[in-house]
Design a protein around this ligand. Structure first.
Ligand code: OSB
Ligand code: MG
Length: 370
């Protein structure tokens, strides 16, 4: 059905409007890889939202390019892809490197959706026409500044506020937000920074604040201790970094390690794995939501499609383009209206890619062809 003839990789560096700080560090630019796969007449796009270093994920710009150029591209170029499942089969004997693999899978799915002239959301079986937008606020260790940010995002209509926490910066910001903003939907994300033995008291104290959920409090590989923590507190636990695929999902649910899952399609190897996790978790009454990695408008398009799946039951970390960027690389830019993002009706990711803007942010371009 589709034969991929060329693949373009663009390492771009997009300046962020403001520093984004998490428990694992601080970032001022979104360094990412845009992938474009080209057949005889159409192009599909996606993004590998790795970072310059192994912080959120072990994958980096350099490892993703290495695995893409040396192992993934040779398997994909020239292959005649008949249906959406096939792309994953072509690369399944490459271990790990889920973001690099996901980037290719998602670009090919965008291309197939364009061939079939349907929105990507429809291609993957999505069931929603708009999705609920939440916002993620980095660690801002100044209560007044944090107050201003929360108030601005609530004014912009976001339906849920998430703040990043780290040991020593947790109960104070939560307490301030609850006092000042009342019963808004509020959740916190620790990015694996806490230790069950040292910090149990902090989590027990958090139970007073009626948080929507506590995201990835403990080590990224530690399903076992998340299940212990879950039995000791009432705040729902959400796993992010710990869930790398359907196998982790099954284990986490069997162990009772979480109440909710944040699925980031790049982290789990793509949209097809996202569908599997959606369906499995739904059967076990574990809702999911779609997380983000500061994606450009291209990656955001894939997140929006994923967020239309049936078991997405919470606001997602999918904000408007202007939350992070002065100038996005798609047109129209993503906008949040009254707390929702409309799912495009156009084919594929549904927005036009502005290659002239990709060139403005370009660090390095690599081209592979048959
Ligand atoms: O843990 O969800 C996370 C950003 C970078 C790395 C990890 C995370 C995040 C976010 C941002 O929370 C979500 C977004 O893209 O808006
Ligand atoms: Mg997270």
């Amino acid at each position: 059905m589709v034969v991929i003839k060329e693949i373009f990789y663009y390492h771009i560096s997009m300046p962020l409007k403001m520093t984004f700080q998490t428990s694992f560090g601080e970032t001022n630019t979104h360094d990412t890889i845009i992938i474009k796969v080209v057949s005889s007449d159409l192009a599909g796009y996606s993004e590998i939202p790795v970072n310059t270093g192994p912080w959120y994920s072990y994958e980096t710009i350099t490892t993703a390019l290495h695995v893409s150029l040396d192992f993934i591209a040779p398997r994909i170029l020239g292959a005649d892809i008949q249906d959406i499942g096939e792309i994953k089969d072509l690369i399944k004997n490459i271990r790990g490197h889920e973001m690099a693999k996901a980037g290719h899978e998602m670009a090919v799915l965008d291309l197939i959706a364009k061939y079939e002239n349907k929105p990507l959301a429809k291609l993957i079986g999505g069931v929603k026409s708009k999705i609920e937008a939440g916002v993620s606020i980095g660690v801002i260790s100044d209560l007044e500044k944090l107050h201003r940010e929360v108030s601005r995002f609530l004014d912009e209509g976001y339906r849920r506020i998430k703040i990043k926490i780290k040991p020593g910066w947790d109960l104070d910001p939560i307490d301030m937000i609850r006092r000042e903003f009342g019963k808004i939907k509020l959740q916190v994300d620790a990015n694996a920074a806490y230790d069950l033995d040292k910090h149990l008291d902090v989590f027990i104290d958090m139970d007073r604040y009626d948080l929507l959920m506590l995201e990835q409090p403990l080590h990224y590989n530690d399903l076992y201790r998340h299940s212990i923590l879950r039995s000791k507190i009432s705040t729902p636990i959400c796993l992010d970094e710990s869930i790398r695929d359907i196998y982790d999902t099954e284990a986490a649910i069997a162990l009772g390690s979480c109440d909710v899952i944040n699925v980031k399609p790049p982290r789990v190897g793509g949209l097809l794995e996202t569908i599997k996790i959606n369906n499995y978790a739904e059967k076990h009454d574990i809702p999911i939501w779609i997380g983000g990695l500061l994606e450009s408008g291209i990656g955001r398009g894939h997140l929006v499609a994923a967020a239309t799946l049936s078991n997405v039951k919470y606001p997602c970390d999918i904000s408007a383009s202007n939350r992070y960027y002065d100038m996005d690389i798609v047109e129209p830019e993503w906008v949040v209206e009254k707390g929702y993002i409309d799912v495009p009706k156009e084919a594929g990711i549904g927005v036009e890619v502005r290659e002239d803007r990709i060139l403005k942010y370009l660090v390095r371009e690599i081209h592979k062809r048959l």
